[in-house]
Design a binder for this molecule. Structure first.
Ligand SMILES: CC(C)(COP(=O)(O)OP(=O)(O)OC[C@H]1O[C@@H](n2cnc3c(N)ncnc32)[C@H](O)[C@@H]1OP(=O)(O)O)[C@@H](O)C(=O)NCCC(=O)NCCS
Length: 160
């Protein structure tokens, strides 16, 4: 995680020095994903190393039990080789077999155009934008050009 957060211009929501989870806390996070019926995690491994991670983190309250939030990251040097798409494919049967989950939420910066296009190909549609979602280097994310943003998306794998 630290090396992802240290990439210049990364699109993640933390700075490297803000990621302070201990190994024990990370283990607890993974156990919580394993134990929650509306959460799961998929790993991509190559040469005994983890090169990609997908998490679906379910809502914790009754009102949000039908939601699960998608997080996905592929290591530098491994991107653009189909690993992200394979991770998404790998969780499809879990989604199909978890009727409690009716909506997958995904937030992505609008400036991350390649990722946005990829998620649209996976079936996500934009539901909205938060104009001042992140503040970096003393400015709102608009400084990057295309306007900030986080959209929420809905995977159409199941009707409302
Ligand atoms: C976005 C991400 C998870 C996609 O996984 P991936 O394994 O690179 O994607 P795949 O190989 O399955 O798909 C390739 C497509 O992803 C797109 N893509 C998005 N970000 C990319 C990146 N940083 N490098 C390469 N391809 C990327 C490419 O445009 C490509 O589209 P194409 O097939 O039309 O050429 C991964 O690139 C990544 O972790 N990027 C950096 C962090 C990030 O932006 N995360 C998004 C948080 S919401």
């Amino acid at each position: 995680m630290q090396h992802l957060l240290s990439e210049p211009g990364h699109n993640l929501r933390l700075d490297a020095d803000e990621f302070t989870l201990t190994e024990q806390q990370e283990a607890a996070f993974i156990e919580a994903l394993r134990d929650a019926p509306n959460s799961t995690m998929v790993l991509a491994q190559a040469r005994d190393a983890v090169v990609g991670v997908l998490t679906l983190q379910g809502g914790k309250s009754r009102a949000e039990a039908h939601l699960t939030a998608l997080g996905i990251s592929v290591g530098p040097g491994w991107r653009g080789r189909g690993i992200g798409s394979a991770l998404w494919q790998a969780c499809q049967s879990w989604l199909m077999n978890t009727p409690q989950v009716r909506q997958v939420l995904l937030c992505v910066l609008a400036r991350n155009l390649e990722a946005v296009r990829l998620y649209q190909r996976w079936g996500f549609v934009e539901e909205g934008r938060l104009q001042r979602d992140m503040f970096r280097a003393g400015q709102y994310v608009e400084y990057a050009g295309d306007g900030p943003l986080a959209g929420q998306a809905l995977a159409p794998f199941r009707g409302s």
